[in-house]
Design a protein around this ligand. Structure first.
Ligand SMILES: [Zn+2]
Length: 460
C-alpha cells in the first residue's frame, strides 16, 4: 500500500512538518538532551531486532537495557562497512519491518566501494524535512519561492532512491513540488545553466564541483537571468576562495549543508556561519584512538541515527569523514551540538612522511585554483595514485573540445604540481600526467601505502 494513503503515516508526517522542522529552535538544550536519550533507547531496542546488531551486541555482552542515556553509547561496539556487507540483505533489517515498506539505497563509490542499506518512507520524508529546515533558516519557503535542486540522480544514488524511487511514485509530485526544479548533476554544466536560466530560481542547491562550473560559465556570460539570493553547497569540502568566487559571481550568499547517504542531512550552516548538527535526528561522536577529541580538534566521525525503521545506524564508523567538533555555543537560537570544520574523507587521504596526513580539503583547495585562478573548466576528471610515501602520481583528463581555448595544459599541470608541492613538502615527488580517461565508477584516489603500519601524527 502507498503509505501516503495511510492516515497514521499522514498524521505522523503532518506532525513532523508542523513541529519537527522547527524543533531545534523550539526546545532548549536540556530538553533536546532528554529527547536524544529517549530516541537512542528506542533505536537500540529496535536495532536488537536486526540480526546484525543483535549478534554484535550479544558478542560484546551488552543489552538494550544497559543503554539509557547518550553517554552509554560508548558501551556499544562500532559498526563498520564490512559488518553491513556481511549481513546484507536480510540481516540488516528488522523482523518487525516488512521489505515492501523499504527502499534500498547505495552509497556513492568515490573509493570504488559501494554499500547498500534500507530506508523507509518516513526516513525519506524526514530527510527532506531536514533540508527544508536548512532553507527555512534563510527564510526560503518551498511553496512560495523558486528552488533549483541539482542532485545526483544517477540510478544507484541515495538521492535517486529518495526522490525517484521513494517520493515521486507515491505523491502528486509535480503538483506538490511545482516550485522546485530538479536537475541532474551528471549532466553537462552548459545544459544545466540553460535550464536554470529559464527557471530563474531564488535558491540553488548543488554539489561544490557543479556550482564551481556554473559560476565559471556565469562569469563568461552564460545564464544572464540567474540571480538567486541563496546558494547551498554540499557534497565536498569547499575552500574559502572558491566560496567567494561563487558568491561574487552570482551575487548571492552561499551556505554549506553536510550530509551522507546513510544518515540523510547531518549539519547546516546558520546565518551567523555556525555549523549546526541536526541534533534531534543524529548524535555525532568525534574520535581519535577511540577517545573523544577536544573542541576544534580533528577526529573520526562516528554517527548514530536517532530515527527510522530501515537499517539502524548506531555508532556507525564508515562515513569516513574527519571532522572537528565545536563545543562553544553559537549566538543564534538553534539548540544542539555543533561542528567546527569538515576536513573530508579519511579513506581518500594521502599519507606523508613524518606521520602527516593530507585530507581532501587540501585537494579541493588545489583543484579549485584551476577553476577560479586559471578560469578554465577543461580539467574534466582526475585520479590520484600514491605509489609510496614519497611518490604521488596525478592523472588528469583534459576536455578535447576546449583543449585549445584559454590556458595551456602545461599551465594547468604546473599549477597542480605547485599546489601539491606546497602541501606535501619537497621530499615527496609529484608526477602530473595526462590520460585519455579514468574509469567512471572507479576510485579517484588510490593509495598503495600500507595504512596499518602508519601512525597518524598530524593532519596537514
Ligand atoms: Zn548558529
Amino acid at each position: 500500500m502507498n503509505p501516503f494513503y495511510n492516515p497514521i503515516f499522514l498524521s505522523k508526517i503532518a506532525k513532523a512538518y508542523l513541529f519537527d522542522i522547527q524543533r531545534l529552535k523550539k526546545i532548549s538544550d536540556v530538553k533536546l538532551k532528554r529527547y536524544q536519550d529517549h530516541q537512542l533507547k528506542k533505536m537500540v531496542r529496535f536495532a536488537y531486532t536486526v540480526p546484525l546488531y543483535h549478534d554484535k551486541y550479544k558478542k560484546a555482552r551488552v543489552h538494550p537495557n544497559d543503554i539509557s542515556v547518550i553517554k552509554d553509547l560508548r558501551k556499544l561496539p562500532l559498526i563498520s562497512k564490512e559488518d553491513i556487507k556481511q549481513y546484507y540483505p536480510d540481516g540488516i533489517i528488522s523482523s518487525k519491518t516488512s521489505r515492501e515498506q523499504l527502499v534500498e539505497i547505495a552509497t556513492s563509490g568515490t573509493t570504488g566501494k559501494s554499500l547498500s542499506i534500507y530506508v523507509d518512507m518516513f526516513d525519506i520524508v524526514t530527510g527532506l524535512f531536514g533540508y527544508l529546515r536548512t532553507i527555512r533558516e534563510y527564510e526560503i519557503n518551498w511553496r512560495k519561492h523558486r528552488l533549483t535542486i541539482i542532485g545526483d540522480f544517477a540510478s544507484h544514488t541515495a538521492e535517486s532512491g529518495y526522490v525517484t524511487k521513494g517520493l515521486q511514485p507515491r505523491l502528486p509530485f509535480d503538483f506538490l513540488f511545482r516550485n522546485i526544479q530538479w536537475l541532474d548533476t551528471n549532466d553537462e554544466p552548459k545544459k544545466i545553466i540553460k535550464k536554470i536560466n529559464r527557471f530563474n530560481p531564488d535558491f540553488i542547491g548543488g554539489y561544490v564541483g557543479m556550482l564551481g562550473h556554473l559560476a565559471l560559465l556565469k562569469e563568461k556570460g552564460f545564464g544572464k537571468n540567474i540571480s538567486p539570493k541563496y546558494i547551498a553547497a554540499t557534497g565536498a569540502v569547499l575552500d574559502k576562495t572558491l566560496k567567494e568566487f561563487i558568491e561574487t559571481t552570482f551575487d548571492a550568499h552561499l551556505f554549506e549543508v553536510y550530509g551522507a547517504t546513510e544518515t540523510g542531512p547531518i549539519a547546516f550552516e546558520c546565518k551567523q556561519g555556525g555549523y549546526h548538527i541536526m541534533s534531534d535526528l543524529l548524535y555525532l561522536e568525534f574520535l581519535k584512538d577511540d577517545m573523544p577529541v577536544n573542541s576544534g580538534e580533528a577526529g573520526k566521525l562516528v554517527v548514530t541515527k536517532l530515527f527510522g525503521r530501515g537499517t539502524p545506524i548506531i555508532r556507525y564508523d564508515a562515513i569516513n569523514d574527519i571532522v572537528s567538533p565545536r563545543y562553544e555555543k553559537c549566538n543564534c537560537d538553534i539548540s544542539g551540538e555543533m561542528i567546527q570544520k569538515i576536513f573530508g574523507r579519511d579513506d581518500l587521504s594521502l599519507l606523508l612522511p613524518g606521520g602527516r596526513v593530507l585530507l581532501p580539503s587540501s585537494f579541493s583547495e588545489i583543484y579549485s585554483r584551476v577553476l577560479y585562478g586559471l578560469k578554465t573548466n577543461k580539467l574534466k576528471d582526475t585520479r590520484i595514485i600514491q605509489h609510496n610515501l614519497t611518490k604521488i602520481e596525478i592523472q588528469i583528463v583534459i576536455d578535447d573540445k576546449t583543449r585549445g581555448v584559454g590556458p595551456s595544459v602545461e599551465e594547468i599541470f604546473s599549477l597542480i604540481r605547485k599546489g601539491f608541492h606546497e602541501k606535501v613538502g619537497p621530499e615527496v615527488e609529484i608526477f602530473v600526467k595526462e590520460v585519455k580517461k579514468v574509469s567512471k565508477g572507479g576510485p579517484r584516489i588510490i593509495s598503495k601505502v600500507d595504512k596499518s603500519k602508519f601512525r597518524i601524527k598530524e593532519y596537514v
